[in-house]
Design a protein around this ligand. Structure first.
Ligand code: PLP
Length: 405
């Protein structure tokens, strides 16, 4: 029998057309990043732009120590890792990086993954499966944590974002002896708000729950040596997850915790076992970056100062900046189509690159431009950004806040 071939492209195009109709089709901008000139970059046609939306928060992606470590690793170890960690992929740089990360977080062990996404997916799914644990998850947790919880196929409870009373209610409804994991983030990357880490950890402890924190937007940036917000606040968390691709400027992710917990993830998580590990150069570069940021507070201090200066300049123009206690500066547009238009105007008319943030990354109606100042943005860059955004706000008739005094 000859089956009729469905028109697969037409089926998929229907979904893409729906995205276009809502104004949230994803356009990528091809950039040539320029080592030594960050946050300046070149567009495909050679036009220069200033990047205001990079998660290379400290510019470590072009730091001389990181570059040299990566180049040296390629010269000495070659390019690829050679396999999964089981099959010939465990190299000296991986082992040294894991020891450094464990020490950074004051843990017995750490495990490196290809990305922060994989680290969350692998760790949470494995903990849920092996422990038969109920996962209590903040409603705003990242897609990678949700993927891990879903793949763990165990029971879950979602607590309202940063709502400790709701978490208490949910914990009280579970049998005291049942294994539980409370999973949350420190810095939430879209609003820039910070979890009540101490209150969550105290509550979890009282209910015998394991604590799991995603510090992806905080490692390298907060706390002693860049150990994160929990460390800054002196709160003990059982599992700390992070990325090597944002403040550390390279790529890869990790979890850190007790020796047994890390050994269990290493031994059971498919996302770890069955994937060729990060290259020696990535491990060596990340190690250099982590070591540098453990020894130097200069970048962290400058980062916070630049974020404050950017916030103040945008507020000075009456732009609707979301209040936040972190380095992330969201400016609200609240409409997918206008958000894209604002982003395009900034790019085409002012050489300012800020990617629009639309659903599902943020809820519908809360579309925004998410600005990430770095220590490498100068006063002139900030003034140019504020002027450009103000002009775009006028052109599009977007809502303003009362101008800051
Ligand atoms: N967790 C959070 C909160 C994130 O925002 C991200 C990435 O944006 C990840 C995890 C994944 O990290 P990575 O980019 O290293 O995969």
């Amino acid at each position: 029998m000859n089956a009729t071939m469905p028109d697969y492209d037409a089926l998929l195009s229907g979904h893409l057309d729906a995205l276009r109709a809502e104004g949230r089709y994803r356009h990528f901008l091809t950039l040539q990043r320029q080592a030594g000139a960050f946050p300046r970059a070149l567009r495909a046609d050679g036009r220069p732009v200033t990047v205001w939306c990079s998660n290379d928060y400290l510019g470590m992606g072009q730091h001389a120590k990181v570059q040299e470590a990566m180049i040296a690793a390629i010269r000495e170890d070659g390019c690829g890792a050679g396999g999964t960690r089981n099959i010939s992929g465990t190299g000296r740089h991986h082992v040294a990086l894991e020891a450094e990360l464990a020490s950074l977080h004051g843990k017995e062990a750490a495990l490196v993954f290809n990305s922060g996404f994989t680290a969350n997916e692998a760790a949470l799914s494995t903990l849920a499966t092996l422990l038969g644990a109920t996962i209590l998850s903040d409603a705003d947790n990242h897609a990678s944590m949700i993927a891990g919880i879903r793949n763990g196929r165990g029971p879950k409870r979602i607590f309202r974002h940063n709502d400790v009373a709701h978490l208490a209610e949910l914990l009280a409804g579970l049998p005291p002896e049942a294994p539980k994991v409370v999973a949350f983030e420190s810095v939430y990357s879209m609003d820039g708000d910070i979890a009540p880490i101490r209150a969550i950890a105290d509550l979890a402890r009282r209910h015998g729950a394991l604590t799991y924190i995603d510090e992806v937007h905080a490692v390298g940036l907060y706390g002693p040596g860049g150990a994160g917000v929990a460390a800054r606040d002196g709160v003990e968390i059982d599992v700390v997850e992070g990325t090597l691709g944002k403040a550390y400027g390279v790529g890869g992710g990790y979890v850190s915790g007790s020796r047994v917990l890390i050994d269990a993830i290493r031994s059971f998580a498919p996302g770890f076992i069955f994937s060729t590990t990060v290259t020696p150069a990535v491990a060596a570069g990340a190690l250099a970056s982590v070591r540098h940021l453990r020894a130097s507070d200069t970048e962290r201090a400058a980062h916070q100062e630049r974020a404050r200066a950017t916030r103040a300049a945008l507020r000075g123009e009456g732009l609707p900046v979301l209040e936040a206690p972190s380095h992330i500066v969201p400016v609200m547009v609240n409409d997918a189509v206008l958000c894209r238009q604002a982003s395009e105007m900034l790019l085409e008319e002012h050489g300012v690159y800020i990617q629009p943030i639309n659903f599902p990354t943020v809820p519908r109606g809360l579309e925004r431009l998410r600005i990430t100042p770095t220590p490498l943005h100068g006063d002139a860059d900030i003034a140019h950004l504020a002027g450009a955004m103000s002009a775009v706000w006028d052109r599009l008739g977007l809502a303003r806040q009362k101008r800051a005094a």
